[in-house]
Design a protein around this ligand. Sequence first.
Ligand code: UT7
Length: 348
Amino acid sequence: MRLPVRITGVGGYLPPRTLTNEELAKQVDTSDEWIFSRTGIRERHIAGPDETSSTMGIEAARVALASAEVDPADVDVIIVGTSTPDGMFPASATRIQHGIGATNAGAFDVNAACAGFLHALSAGAQYVASGSAQRVLVIGSETMSRILDWTDRGTCVLFGDGAGAVLLEYAGPDELGGIDSLLLRSDGSQASSLYADGPCTPALAGARAEAHIVMDGQAVFRSAVTGLANAAADAIAEAGLSVDDIALCIPHQANVRIIQAVAKSLSLPMDRVFVNLDRTGNTSSASIPLALAEACATGRLQPGDRILFAAFGGGLSWGAAVMQWSGVRAAHASGVPVARVTGAPTTA
Ligand code: UT7
């Protein structure tokens, strides 16, 4: 069933400091050749000492609101997908609410690891579709660098920091936009293949919690390919469309080999698949909205295009969605896409 919801604004933020594969090779036993050939990643961005998931989310949200030409006071709900909130509580969403001056908004976080944005999008779309909210900011923001074991070469080379945001508004029957299908899946029996303990984990009680990502890379790789390919195929079928109708697939940016395998399984040519992980690494919940912001800013999307989102992460949690791109408001007005990714690409 089509949800009458469109994306009217989009923005992204990447912290200025980049960390290249060559720099990593000075810290752990790895190489640019290994990382690039196994993952497609060349570099990732790392949050500065004062940056958090909420400060980066604020930057991305400001761009999204500017591109939608919407005043922060007119936002009704803010939902943040993050597994790296500033603290246990309050929600990073409330810090973002304050930071952008969304004085009339409710705000909460959702945690579905790397699939966080898709889960937040699902929740936000229901508010708009039901009419209980007019404008919902959906954000993915992550400070993965703070939960990495920087001595574990199997994980520390994979992740990066950043934030992306979209504004959701109602799509009338005669307007472009609309979510054709959106499905979420989970399998908690595989929780131990990808997790990060925290201060409430019994084994860490009373100790100074050292929360870091633990992953069985090969198991997650296999599950990701199968889960993403099945979810994407189901979402396309549920939308009543075929792969030929998909103008651009924007998948979670974890590993280009996963993305290529999924595209092959769907018979989707890679020139219709957006990949930016070479410059971002895996930014978890932020990866899809960051990629969407870049796709929009670089002219990869035209109003009317069908987009396929597909995400996968710890939980295991995954899902896919098909929606129609309606374009962002400021881009319509000026003819120039203003949805952009901010943050200066300089190496510290
Ligand atoms: O967002 C969702 C969450 N995460 C993912 O989607 C990640 C899913 N998994 C993956 O992307 C891949 O499994 C990895 C990139 C993590 C690993 O690639 P792989 O091709 O599955 O490598 P592997 O784990 O089979 O390891 C192959 C070899 C091992 O050495 P031996 O046992 O063959 O001697 C590893 O110790 O590569 C070694 N290795 C490394 N070597 C250099 C593992 N990490 C590194 C490294 N540099 N960074």
